[in-house]
Design a protein around this ligand. Structure first.
Ligand code: GLC
Length: 431
């Protein structure tokens, strides 16, 4: 039996099939090029931050190239920051002037992005920040850039957070009305209280009302878990759960979000870029535990994915082109299948195919406990070359290749040389 989460209010069927998406963090912080939280970290005032607004001009922006890079990597959906914590809006919102159309850029950046990704058969997701460090009614909290400015803090008495909530609801309605079908809305995040400042959560965001409105406009949409009222998707961040994520002992639909390097927004000097090998393994790791991977690119201020991101996406695409079958439509393998050493299993329940991802290539033999008599045919996934096996051993005819085997074990006989792919996969068609 494969584990199956209970149904959620939205339609998760495509989501748990597609498994792999692109996160995009893009905003004025791309110009600072040193983390999307720079306004907070450097305690910048809105006036100081204004230089980015005046200079925002992504003249090389071509969302067709972004969508090609994502599709080429094997991604099936994307989630873009319509607005991040800085408050800057990438679309032409009627509720603010703090938007791309009022910068030198002069364009709504969301409309062509949505078209480009949709035309490559990718689903559309909007990340929307609940925090807003620009809105005049947004009160100071522990994360606010002005938290150490007594004058700004004192002015909180005149701020009406409910007016900000109205703005949040209006903009959400706008986004879900003007861009056709939206498959995911990804709200981020609820702020905990500190000694000095109150937190912000479901009461402040008016989450219940917000969710009701979202569902009224887009009934099938998937909503994440950061409004303090969990809906369809759990979103562990920068970590991969050790086992299928469970809530009250029950498996839930989940998606890990990760960066290529430590920052979400474009960060020129950040050097902790993960290798293609690590990234492929992260994706496999997620699917082997019943989850998705949302992998983030922070485009530059000129509007491009930088070469490091393109390199990783291309590398993942090389792998996905030949191994997508072990990812799409796959999930955690039933418990009855024990995972061999240094491997990760995924399983396609519809096709009854088991995929063995070999993280560390062994010499000759890979032993699968309990699998004797269960396999109809085995092959390497990258080139469909047959893989033979032994079920009772040691076998005289196998000679030097013989391997001690316990009852019920099936031993795959592998080539000595590791196939020339990032992570080799053996496809086991089960009886
Ligand atoms: C965090 C950060 C943020 C990023 C997000 C992605 O909550 O605030 O910058 O957008 O994680 O999950």
């Amino acid at each position: 039996m494969t584990l199956q989460p209970d149904p959620t209010p939205g339609d998760t069927s495509w989501f748990v099939h597609d498994r792999f998406g692109l996160f995009i963090h893009w905003g004025l912080y791309a110009l600072g090029a040193r983390h999307e939280w720079l306004k907070n970290k450097e305690k910048m005032s809105t006036e100081q931050y204004e230089k980015y607004f005046r200079r925002f001009n992504p003249d090389l922006y071509d969302p067709g190239l972004w969508a090609d890079a994502a599709a080429g990597a094997g991604m099936k959906y994307f989630v873009v920051t319509t607005k991040h914590h800085e408050g800057f809006c990438l679309w032409d919102s009627e509720y603010t002037d703090y938007k791309a159309t009022h910068t030198p850029c002069g364009k709504d950046l969301i409309a062509p992005m949505v078209d480009a990704f949709r035309s490559r058969d990718m689903r559309v997701g909007f990340y929307h920040s609940l925090l807003d460090w620009h809105h005049p009614d947004y009160t100071v909290d522990r994360n606010h850039p002005m938290r150490a400015n007594p004058e700004y803090v004192a002015a909180d008495k005149d701020r009406v957070l409910a007016r900000y909530a109205e703005y949040l609801h209006n903009q959400t309605r706008e986004l879900l009305t003007n861009y056709g079908k939206v498959d995911i809305i990804w709200f981020d995040f609820s702020v905990s209280a500190s000694e000095e400042f109150a937190g912000k959560g479901k009461d402040e965001w008016q989450s219940e009302k917000l969710i009701e409105m979202v569902r009224g406009i887009q009934p099938d949409i998937l909503i994440n878990d950061r409004l303090q009222i969990p809906q369809d998707i759990r979103t562990p961040e920068q970590r991969t759960p050790r086992e299928w994520l469970k809530v009250d002992g029950k498996p839930v639909v989940w998606e890990a979000c990760h960066t290529f390097s430590g920052s979400w927004g474009y960060y020129r000097d950040e050097e902790t870029w993960k290798s293609v090998d690590q990234l492929v393994k992260m994706l496999v790791e997620c699917v082997s535990k019943g989850g998705n991977l949302l992998l983030n690119v922070g485009p530059t201020g000129r509007g491009e994915f930088d070469s490091r991101a393109l390199d990783r996406l291309a590398g993942m695409g090389e792998w996905m082109k030949r191994h997508g079958r072990s990812i799409y439509g796959c999930t955690q393998a039933p418990e009855a299948f024990a995972c061999p050493e240094d491997c990760r299993l995924t399983y396609n329940p519809e096709k009854n195919v088991l995929y063995v991802h070999v993280f560390s290539w062994p010499f000759r033999h890979l032993c699968l406990p309990g699998m004797a008599g269960k396999v109809d045919y085995a092959q390497l996934l990258n080139d469909a070359s047959e893989i033979k096996w032994m079920e009772e051993g040691p076998k005289a005819e196998a000679g030097a290749l013989a391997q001690e085997q316990a009852a019920g074990e099936l031993t795959l006989v592998l080539p000595v040389k590791k196939p020339d792919v990032t992570v080799p996969v053996i496809e086991l068609f089960l009886k």
